[in-house]
Write a protein that binds this ligand. Structure first.
Ligand code: HEM
Length: 194
């Protein structure tokens, strides 16, 4: 594990941002060239939503991975969070601009469709985290307040996983697996904190 950690320490953060930024571009390219199937807007929405959830889970897993396996991904945590937020924002934009498009329908959906309401609340919780993810905010807020603010990650990830469970029709195992992983990681946190 020490070797792996040493190797990871050499990976520059910009590489993560570069790869993370290339992915939506790649999806857009596929969408424009017919590579996303018959409904590219839905496929784009799904791919971005799923990648966002996976990154949120990875961010939540950083501390347990270090505590229980000795794997140190701490250096990448902030960039993983920023990329997760970027994907959620793009997921929201695809929904707004390419899927629903009509403003009155947007408000109607937010109020009347519980999975959209839950997704919106999750997004709203992530906003202050994204806005304070820079060093200046960290200095201004002070480490203790910054850390306290970042506790918002926990409800945000939980709501994101619930959003997925609620939007699927009928019984599907994939969203339940995501929700179980999130619940497991949150329980790990309670144990760690306590
Ligand atoms: C907390 C942030 C969010 C995360 C992590 C997230 C994640 C996801 C995931 C994983 C899916 C399912 C993808 C699949 O089927 O493979 C999804 C679908 C979807 N999300 Fe989100 N989402 C978030 C917020 C939002 C918001 C704010 C909106 C809109 C207001 C939204 C609208 C949708 C829609 C419309 C779908 C597709 C539903 C369908 O199948 O018709 N999401 N999202």
């Amino acid at each position: 594990m020490d070797r792996l950690n040493q190797g990871l320490r050499k990976v520059p953060i910009w590489l993560l941002y570069l790869l993370g930024d290339l992915y939506p571009g790649w999806l857009l390219y596929l969408g424009l060239t017919g590579g996303l199937g018959p409904d590219p807007v839905k496929a784009l929405e799904h791919a971005l939503g799923e990648a966002a959830l996976q990154l949120l889970i990875l961010g939540l897993a950083v501390t347990p991975l270090r505590r229980f396996l000795g794997l140190n991904l701490l250096k990448f945590r902030r960039s993983v969070g920023v990329l997760a937020f970027t994907y959620v924002a793009l997921h929201l934009l695809v929904w707004l601009l390419l899927d629903v498009q009509i403003l009155s329908q947007v408000f109607n959906d937010i109020i009347k469709r519980p999975y959209i309401t839950i997704g919106m609340v999750g997004f709203a919780l992530m906003l202050p985290l994204a806005l304070t993810s820079n060093n200046l905010s960290l200095r201004r807020l002070g480490a203790a307040r910054w850390r306290r603010l970042h506790l918002l990650t926990y409800p945000a990830v939980l709501l994101a996983a619930l959003h997925f469970v609620m939007l699927v029709k009928g019984f599907q195992i994939e969203p339940l697996i995501y929700l179980s992983v999130v619940l497991f990681l949150l329980l790990c946190r309670i144990r760690v904190v306590g």
